[in-house]
Ligand binder design. Structure first.
Ligand SMILES: [Ca+2]
Ligand SMILES: [Ca+2]
Ligand SMILES: [Zn+2]
Ligand SMILES: [Zn+2]
Ligand SMILES: [Zn+2]
Length: 523
């Protein structure tokens, strides 16, 4: 591999650490014009200020500059600084205060999308994401998976401090917290661990930054993070202590804050609140009113619980924090009802779940992610999907189709496929050229003109009349960024080269081996 290609691959891997396509590094002309460092730019992305996250720089100053200055303004607004859109010394100072690694606004660590929640933090102080991310049970189990290597807190003191941090929340709600020990540690709903740097196989999992900066992060219940939902990670490069001194950060208050996230609370823009993103030591700690209102909005008050006090079986947790166990029905042996290529990533769909891979590297957890965590209001059992050349993604199921820009559904959808001149229940969609998209159903194929928005004359035809060597059924298809078309039947796929309508020699091959990085399967 030559150096330029290697660099390209590395840059793309870096891009994967962010859930959407805004570049992880700022273009030089913006960097110079706005006097912003890569580190500051990356802070704005990480904490949810750069929106939309699927923005691509145009290299036209009048378009690109406001994207960044608006992000700085939103940051200044959240932290109650003079809103100038410029990184002055005071703004920089606030930016590098020790803080929680959970984002401040818009996107939070409970899903990959942003825009529909913009503005909530202005309406009210605490933020509970419409109450979607909470535990169904008031009986919540937690565990201590490992221990800090720095700071020298005795294990018994650590346990006791965590217990008191949970009591901060159970004092004002019907919640009951129980610690699990020994072999049950990984079955707890809230698992607490001390981790350094990159500490997960999930490339989208936030990375710790060494001493200071981010001190900890946590994942909302029932969010899109799979097995780490509800978990709390402390940065083991930071020093935690029991008191308030220069040697480290107060463990009790940091833990109480992170438990707030593990219960479903987002950051508050009330600087007095425990859920304020920064670490501010509070003398004579008492849970502030804003946090009480927040947690009670989710779980009810202590005297009149809104949540029935019934244990709901959450199911066993995976065996280990860091090593994912292969599920019985592996994504490697599965067939997929739809496959699409979006900006170079392969998305596969089955039932309620989707998987994403990039250059054979599975980016989502092996058990997949919920479709509606990425595409709001999109139903399960998607049968066909393609990315239109205008960047929008189109999904088909039964008699309807949906159009999305990023994670947002376009207004007015779903709409009937009949208006496109297509039959109900298409099996697959292939955006073969800029102007022409092919739809497959049974042994027939329709050629759709994207400009005229209608099916071309003479269609449908038999698949064999249009594509040679493909057989008489296509179950999924995608046009990839290498210019080739890929068409699946069950677990196998055929490649049709750019500009051609004939299957390349050497096909079919096994789809999950070539695109999801699975071990080769003898066909
Ligand atoms: Ca840190
Ligand atoms: Ca399909
Ligand atoms: Zn936080
Ligand atoms: Zn983590
Ligand atoms: Zn502060």
């Amino acid at each position: 591999m030559d150096t330029a290609l290697l660099l390209l691959v590395l840059l793309n891997l870096i891009a994967l650490t962010f859930p959407a396509a805004i570049p992880p590094r700022i273009p030089r002309f913006l960097k110079d014009r706005l006097q912003i460092t890569h580190k500051e730019y990356s802070y704005l992305i990480r904490n949810g200020y750069l929106r939309p996250r699927n923005y691509e720089f145009t290299f036209e100053a009048e378009k690109d500059i406001p994207v960044v200055t608006d992000a700085i303004s939103r940051f200044q607004e959240f932290y109650k600084l003079p809103v100038t859109g410029e990184l002055d010394e005071r703004t920089r100072g606030v930016m590098w205060e020790p803080r929680c690694g959970y984002p401040d606004v818009g996107e939070s660590l409970h899903n990959e999308t942003v825009e529909n929640r913009a503005g909530h933090h202005r309406v009210r102080r605490y933020d509970i994401a419409d109450g979607r991310y909470k535990w169904d049970s008031s009986q919540i189990t937690y565990s201590l998976v490992n221990f800090p290597t720095r700071g020298g807190i005795k294990l018994s003191d650590l346990r006791n401090t965590i217990k008191r941090a949970f009591e901060v929340w159970s004092d004002v709600t019907p919640l009951v917290f129980t610690e699990l020990h020994g072999h049950e540690v990984n079955q707890a709903m809230v698992r607490i661990a001390f981790m350094k740097g990159r500490h997960s196989h999930d490339l989208e999992h936030p990375i710790f930054d060494g001493p200071n900066g981010d001190l900890a992060h946590a994942f909302s219940p029932k969010s899109g993070w799979g097995e780490v939902n509800g978990d709390i990670h402390f940065d083991d490069d930071d020093v935690f202590t029991l008191g308030n001194n220069d040697r480290g950060y107060n463990f009790f208050q940091t833990a109480a804050h992170e438990i707030g996230h593990a219960l479903g609370l987002d950051h508050s823009n009330d600087p007095e609140a425990l859920m304020w993103p920064h670490y501010h030591f509070m003398r004579d700690f008492e849970l502030p009113d804003d946090d009480i209102r927040g947690v009670q909005a989710l779980y009810g008050t202590k005297t009149s619980p809104r949540v029935p006090n019934v244990r709901i079986d959450q199911g066993p947790r995976p065996k280990s924090t860091l090593v994912r166990q292969p599920s019985k029905k592996s994504y490697c042996t599965s067939g997929y009802s739809a496959v699409t290529s979006i900006s170079g990533s392969i998305y596969t769909f089955k039932g309620k779940f989707y998987w994403r891979s990039w250059r054979r590297l599975l980016v989502t957890p092996k058990d997949g992610r919920k479709i509606h965590d990425k595409w709001y209001h999109l139903p399960a059992n998607i049968r066909a999907s393609y990315q239109r050349r205008d960047g929008k993604t189109v999904f088909f199921r039964g008699a309807k189709y949906w159009v999305y820009f990023g994670s947002q559904m376009e207004p007015g959808y779903p709409r009937p496929v009949a208006e496109l001149g297509l039959p109900k229940g298409v099996d697959a969609a292939l955006s073969k050229t800029k102007a022409k998209t092919f739809f497959f159903k049974g042994d027939q194929v329709w050629r759709f003109d994207e400009r005229k928005k209608s099916v071309d004359n003479g269609y449908p035809k038999k698949i064999g009349e249009v594509f040679t060597g493909l057989g008489d059924k296509v179950t999924a298809a995608f046009q990839h960024d290498d210019g080739n078309s890929y068409l699946l039947r069950g677990k196998k796929y055929y490649r049709v080269a750019k500009g051609k309508y004939e299957v390349d020699p050497g096909y079919p091959r096994h789809f999950t081996s070539d695109f999801l990085g699975c071990a080769s399967v003898t066909a």
